[in-house]
Design a protein around this ligand. Structure first.
Ligand code: PMP
Length: 435
């Protein structure tokens, strides 16, 4: 009898429509997911799992939130797509700016990849320069210039550079170790007048979760300003999830609390949460830069389904439900899980470190210290992670199927779910150290 995985692999390359969905990083065959509600997903065999993937970020309110589902149903009944501006897409863009002031103007797109790709084109168009600086192990979607030394599925596969990216494109991308102030300063000293943009994740979350070293984002902002380069802050994953104003907001609040002027991104990208599970992403930023986009300016960008009314309905309903209380709850859940897992592993004698950025966290097995660079993250024990993944899966907990991913919590992860995850981790840790 053919398994589902074999049937899928006979039509979809690798059996998937996006590489991280395959269990290449942990081994074994994924079972298709049939449905999801709240903090739980149900597979096609009817087995339920506490979901720590959350659709890789969007499911911040939990799956199938009734208000979001209703908004989508009502929008669908009014027509699926018009190819013209609607009131709600203006409202969603306003909602983004109200929470994230550097997004003075917003363009909605459908994927994070489009948002970062457009940011790079806009930076190049605005500066008339070619060179992009990115950091090893950070992921910004799959446009050519950003598929060099990338995180996420590329880190899992151990092939950080994609085939099919021309030598010329790769040559225009300078890759630096994350958090290395000297490497960054040196790159600007050597290439400053050729640098169009520096792109970074507000907090890296595609090589596991990494806390940005204090002052690193500010240093990038300062160097970019001094050299006339564009600072692109990728908040596709962290935006409206790490905290109410993304990871930038966390650093802004810390600066304001100590009387320091916050640093500012020139351009910022969003995705995931702003679509509430539907394909919505956005590019935002300084008005003078954003107004260089077509139809106002010479930098072209477009999309048949950009600002799609059904997708925007999901995003808008989600954003409007994201109150300070929700973020306080997410924080408590992340604390309980991150601390709980860590305590259990320590007690069982399993060496590990926890990476943290606002409500985001991940567990690095085999490391004594939370990593900052990709080299450090790559030294984790991925085989042990594979064992943890499968043991938790058996116990009804669905972790991201890779050691290089963030663990996602939702507003629906309550006491029951937290205890379920911690019990499963405890059982694994005890069996791991028993032999
Ligand atoms: N940037 C970051 C930081 C991301 O995490 C991702 C997706 N995981 C992307 C960009 C690309 O987004 P998408 O998959 O929607 O193209």
């Amino acid at each position: 009898m053919t398994t589902f995985a074999q049937r899928a692999a006979a039509i979809l390359p690798g059996g998937v429509n996006s590489p991280v969905r395959a269990w290449n990083g942990v081994g074994g065959e994924p079972v298709p997911i049939a449905s999801a509600r709240g903090a739980w997903v149900t597979d096609a065999n009817g087995r339920e799992y506490v979901d720590m993937v959350g659709s890789w970020g969007p499911a911040i309110l939990g799956h199938a939130h009734p208000t979001v589902v209703q908004a989508v149903q009502e929008a669908a009944a009014r027509g699926l797509s018009f190819g013209a501006t609607t009131v709600r897409e203006v409202e969603l863009a306003e909602e983004i700016r109200a929470r994230y002031a550097p997004a003075e103007r917003v363009r909605l797109v459908s994927t994070g990849t489009e948002a970062t790709m457009t940011a790079i084109r806009l930076a190049r168009g605005a500066t008339g320069r070619d060179v992009i600086v990115k950091f090893a192990g950070l992921y910004h979607g799959h446009s050519d210039s950003l598929l060099v030394a990338a995180g996420s599925g590329l880190a899992t596969a151990g092939v950080p550079d994609s085939a099919g990216v021309t030598r010329g494109t790769a040559a225009d991308t300078i890759v630096l170790p994350y958090g290395d102030e000297n490497a960054l300063t040196d790159a600007f000293a050597e290439h400053g007048p050729r640098i169009a943009a520096v792109i970074t994740e507000a907090a890296p979350a595609n090589m596991g979760t990494v806390t940005p070293p204090l002052g690193f984002n500010r240093l990038i902002a300062t160097l970019c300003r001094n050299e006339g380069a564009v600072f692109v802050v990728d908040e596709v994953l962290t935006g409206f999830r790490a905290g109410p104003a993304g990871y930038w907001g966390i650093e802004r609040d810390a600066d304001l609390a100590t009387g320091v002027d916050p640093w500012q991104p020139d351009l910022v990208t969003f995705g995931k949460v702003i679509g509430g599970g539907m394909p919505v992403a956005a590019l935002g930023g300084r008005a003078d830069l954003m107004e260089q986009l077509a139809p106002l300016g010479p930098v072209y960008q477009a999309g048949t389904l950009s600002g799609n009314p059904v997708a925007v309905a999901a995003g808008l309903a989600t954003m409007r439900l994201l109150t300070d209380d929700v973020y306080a709850g997410l924080s408590r859940t992340a604390d309980a899980l991150a601390t709980g897992v860590s305590d259990i592993l320590t007690e069982a004698g399993v060496r590990h470190a926890v990476g943290r950025a606002g409500t985001l966290f991940s567990v690095f097995l085999g490391l004594a210290q939370a990593p900052v660079t990709f080299e450090q993250a790559a030294a984790q024990d991925t085989a042990a992670f594979g064992r943890l993944f499968h043991a938790l899966h058996e116990s009804g907990v669905h972790l991201p199927p890779s050691a290089f991913e963030t663990w996602f919590v939702s507003h629906q992860h309550g006491h029951v779910e937290i205890e379920h995850v911690l019990d499963a981790v405890r059982a694994w840790a005890n069996s791991e150290t028993a032999h």
